[in-house]
Design a protein around this ligand. Sequence first.
Ligand SMILES: [Zn+2]
Length: 237
Amino acid sequence: MLDYQLVRSARRKTLLLQVKQGKVTVRAPLRLPLAQIKTFINDKSAWIKQKLAEQYLTSQQSNTVKPMVFTHNSILFYLGTEYRLNIEYAQKSIVHIKQSSITVVLSYRQQKNLKNTYDLAQQVKKSLAVFFKQQLHNYLLENLPILASKCQLSPKFYKIRFYKTRWGSCNSRGELNFNYLLMLLPSWVIDYVVVHELCHLQQLNHSLMFWQLVEQHYPDYKAAIVWLKTHQQRLIW
Ligand SMILES: [Zn+2]
């Protein structure tokens, strides 16, 4: 049986399960029979274990936060999944993804200009930036029209660029900017960011009206925000 804290309250009408910082809390109506609560927890035990495992992992990771290093065998996010970075050399430079690794192939000519490991890391980072830009370009080419028609909001123009601290932006001329590091996120979170910026075409602020609009076009937006918050330490370039 799982370890949990039971909190009963007269005002509560339904059972509520919370998993926070590795602790399980069950909130229950005052007079609900214990057997019923136990069955409820039993039914949810797989979900609880999954949550506990996730939270354990995140707490481990946030204890060992290091900025991305771009060295051979370091870990990198791509579409929300961890990949091992593989650095190789060949005639032509290219980046490709296979199974669980992202391979950055540098050309022999690039290799000649590298004086130390810092140079190498910078070159790898540059290659990945070019690759992510291209990938995001393809992603938006396919998905932006779909999301725009769903929201019935269309940008005049959009650009892909690098931001240190934001995923996208919108200005009063109806132009959107997207950070190419969006490629680090799972596609459903990328879609949230796109919808968020599209909604700014109608509401250029973060008012209640704006968030209602976001919710209307992307009902699960809170989960996306949580994903971004939970992983923010791992998304720093
Ligand atoms: Zn915004």
